[in-house]
Design a binder for this molecule. Structure first.
Ligand SMILES: Cc1ncc(C[n+]2csc(CCOP(=O)(O)OP(=O)(O)O)c2C)c(N)n1
Length: 277
């Protein structure tokens, strides 16, 4: 990676190129570990890349700087995507990705804030990330701090009731410094969200809780940059990011079996070829 963001934030074309590299690395990392959640990782890649290379005020050299933006990956099973983006953004060496889920590695199957620089919250049990991000946003509101708080949830994860208590409170407090992104890929573990406990109309529900809703294609880097860069005006922002589980690898796209399916070496080769075209 030649330039670091900060003075030079990535534009949509560079974000797209970076996302392709991240996708390739996720595939090789999960292939080596023989474990992971590749479908959700590929789904959330463009959102993570846009945040870390185009939006967030973070400094890999000072991961705990007080005015850093707070980011919580609530769908913590997609740790491989987060670790890959953190490594490529400079929080730790990219070579370390080879240790993903190995004994004694700090790159556990779910992220741990005490082990990995750039990880703001321990996540894995679904439904905990948004309440944490609401807490950091309230903290900034109360103290006058300028940082913003961001959280990504899965759409299956939004079935957890804790999200709705947090959403209600965020609306009540008018947390314009809070942005929640739903990775709306329509699939959860083993089933479609709509067949399990349908969340539609998702945007309307957040609007009813007092949020500003931005409904976008979650793989469009220009749309993501726009939706994520602008804070809310006296209201929390809900980015309804319409995504595809397994995005970028044709035989994985929208396939529920890739929630935690592990590709064979031949499938990884095919996927890497497709991403290199
Ligand atoms: C409280 C809790 N219940 C169950 C699980 C097991 N689990 C891990 S991922 C997942 C499905 C999540 O679906 P979604 O949020 O849509 O994630 P994505 O499709 O984006 O990977 C489940 C049920 C969990 N991690 N936490």
């Amino acid at each position: 990676m030649a330039e670091q963001p900060g003075d030079t934030r990535f534009d949509p074309a560079r974000l797209a190129a970076e996302a392709t590299e991240v996708r390739k690395r996720i595939l090789t990392t999960i292939g080596a570990a023989k474990m992971g959640h590749v479908g959700g990782d590929l789904s959330v890649t463009d959102i993570l890349v846009t945040l870390f290379f185009g939006v967030l005020n973070v400094d890999p050299a000072r991961p705990e700087m007080p005015d850093r933006d707070r980011f919580v990956l609530s769908k913590g099973h997609c740790a491989a995507a987060l670790y890959t983006v953190l490594a490529r953004r400079g929080f730790f060496a990219e070579d370390e990705l080879a240790s993903f889920m190995q004994p004694l590695s700090r790159l556990n199957g779910h992220p741990n804030r005490r082990k990995v620089p750039g990880v703001e919250a321990n996540t894995g049990p679904l439904g905990h990330g948004l309440p944490i991000a609401v807490g950091t946003a309230v903290g900034a509101q109360v103290t006058g701090a300028s940082y913003r708080s961001f959280c990504i949830v899965g759409d299956g994860e939004l079935q957890e009731g804790s999200n709705w208590e947090a959403a209600m409170f965020a609306g009540h407090r008018g947390l314009g410094n809070l942005t929640l992104v739903a990775d709306r890929n329509g699939l959860q573990q083993g089933a479609r969200v709509a067949d399990t406990n349908d969340l539609s109309p998702l945007g309307d529900k957040f609007a009813a809780f007092g949020w500003e809703v931005r409904d976008i294609d979650g793989h469009d880097h220009a749309a993501l940059l726009d939706a994520l860069s602008r804070p809310g005006e006296g209201r929390p922002v809900f980015v309804l990011a319409r995504t595809v589980k397994g995005k970028g690898v044709s035989f994985m796209e929208d396939g529920v079996e890739w929630h935690h399916g592990v590709p064979t070496p031949a499938q990884i080769d095919a996927a890497l070829k497709e991403l290199s075209r």
